[in-house]
Design a protein around this ligand. Sequence first.
Ligand code: MLT
Length: 335
Amino acid sequence: MSMTKRAALAGLLTTSLSAFGLLTAGLTAPASAQAFPTKPITVIVSFAAGGPSDVIARLLGENMSKTLGQPVVVENVAGAGGTAGAKRVAAADPDGHTILIHHLALAAAPALYANLGYDTKTAFAPIGLVNTGPMVIASKLALPTPDAKAFFPYIKQNAEKLTIAHAGVGSNSHLCAVLMSQQLGAKFNQVAYRGTGPAMNDLVGGQIDILCDQSTSAIPQIQGNSIRAYAVTSAQRLDVLPSTPTMTEAGSKLDMTIWHGLYAPKGTPAPVLDKLNGALRVALKDGAVIEKFKAFGTSTFPEADWTRDAHAKLFAAEVDKWAQSLAAAGVKPQG
Ligand code: MLT
């Protein structure tokens, strides 16, 4: 065979082989997405066990595992206001087997932390929105304040003697504590925990004085008469806490609504994200999940917002919103 013919044949072979490679790559990608999940799925919770993010993750995980046909295992990776867990997921294999549940603190983090180790806007593929609800301002029972009318003047006057717990800089409980401090013009002693699960235990035990936590964790303790609630940060009172006033009724403008979403690492194939979104939707329609959400004073988003796209839009808007509002308040990323 002449050199020219041999070269032409080699060229042809190379082209065909790469075409075959492309073809098989094209064939295998959807096939592996179809097979997903091939092993247990880990949901990273960025705060300690027993807190609201953990409770919601376990509730969803139990239901989603039935749809997905694999166990959904919760792993608590707490620390640095919820950014340690987010960092773990940002660096995980983008195959859908490691996902993250997080709340608005994920969006606020870049305005507070200089070295996150990931780019918040691009590191995650939103899977879907989970729930939305208010915070509840509560104290240990030993505080001598029977209601909101007595509580707010008391804590303003005694701020330096009082401890307020939170789950690290940028967490919901921290943002709520900061907003409350600003509004009252009072400087509390802040105590940071790895999540509001352990903070709530210490509130019940009387080791700390005040905690602003998600209704999910606060309500069972309020109903069990282990802590005292003063106000909810929603526009309306909660059905499950009918005698607790809103912050507006209590004479304050503090209005705070939190929300959770599920995220995969960027680069996770769209069919895998769709499968996870589908399993999330099944969970959000489940009667037992809906009942639990109601009991926790939290709710799902309207069904039209259960798409991946709606989640991506809300997340991007929240990152911008927190960047602007924290910068306007003179807050600079630290660390
Ligand atoms: C938790 O699960 O501990 C909370 O979501 C932390 C917080 O943001 O306050």
